[in-house]
Design a protein around this ligand. Structure first.
Ligand SMILES: [Zn+2]
Ligand SMILES: [Zn+2]
Length: 278
């Protein structure tokens, strides 16, 4: 575990709202040359290719939760990555991920049979190893890092993940409202990739539309503002904060400023294909 080089590529920094600027939520953590995919939103496979990460090289995929925006890219990743030559895959996620995976494989049974009939082995799609996480704690998986899952505050079971080598720690919050659990999970981490969905945008926060105001009110229970992201990073003592999960047309300078009000360290407004050295 010693002297592993860590880096992160933000593949998609968007939200459930389709956005030309931001692909669906997904990021890659590199442990040396080993790429670990965290979440698989719409467009993940093409974002991997844009980042020069061959999709078939991904052998480990962690899902923070099973909301559509974090999952929509899985069909393309599962079958497209297999088509590109991936022959093994482990998928880790909350309870329910097995049913999601099995349903997809069932839906595309004839399609997969056609492709295996051409001579392609079924490995990498028919023998995917699924690890369902029942409760917070150490996640048993075969990557050269210690992985800890903590339960976040969202409206479906959601896990934040901490990846730790001897020297470094990187934490992904998934979607969450502020909670002591993310502060604990991110304690002294080198990088925290944090939900800051509730940035000021014309969509909700500055609206006079009562329907959108209602949604905005409810979203406070599910996500963080950039200010709260900064507070979490500050309390946890992380070195670098990377904010993500943005609605369309977010004002990056405002996000940056808001986080800087509560966080003394380096605050980065995530954007697609941004690479962060840990
Ligand atoms: Zn969500
Ligand atoms: Zn989300």
């Amino acid at each position: 575990m010693s002297n592993t080089n860590l880096s992160i590529v933000m593949l998609g920094t968007g939200s459930p709202r389709p956005d030309l600027e931001r692909s669906g939520p997904a990021q890659v953590l590199f442990l040396d040359d080993l790429p670990i995919l965290i979440d698989c939103g719409e467009g993940t496979t093409t974002q991997l290719m844009k980042a020069n990460i061959p999709p078939q090289n991904i052998k480990h995929l962690f899902f923070t939760h099973l909301h559509s925006d974090h999952f929509f890219g899985y069909g393309q990743f599962l079958l497209g990555g297999w088509g590109l030559g991936r022959r093994e895959l482990t998928v880790i996620g909350p309870k329910g991920i097995k049913e999601f995976h099995d349903t997809l494989v069932r839906m595309f049974h004839d399609d997969i049979s056609y492709r295996t009939s051409l001579g392609r082995p079924g490995n990498g799609v028919l023998d995917v190893k699924i690890i369902e996480i029942d409760e917070p704690g150490i996640v048993p998986c075969d990557i050269p890092a210690k992985v800890t899952a903590a339960e976040m505050v969202h409206n479906v079971p959601t896990f934040g993940f901490r990846f730790e080598t001897e020297e470094k720690a990187v934490v992904f919050s998934g979607d969450t409202a502020p909670t002591p659990a993310i502060i604990e999970l991110a304690r002294n981490a080198d990088v925290l990739v944090q939900d800051a969905c509730l940035a000021a945008t014309g969509v909700y926060r500055n609206t006079k539309d009562p329907e959108l105001q209602k949604i905005w009110e409810n979203l406070q229970k599910e996500h963080c503002t950039p200010q709260q992201a900064g507070e979490i990073a500050q309390e946890a003592g992380v070195k670098k904060l990377v904010m993500t999960h943005f609605l369309p047309n977010v004002n990056g300078e405002e996000v940056q400023q808001e986080a800087a009000n509560s966080f003394d360290g380096e605050a980065i407004v995530g954007k697609d294909l941004l690479k962060i050295t840990v």
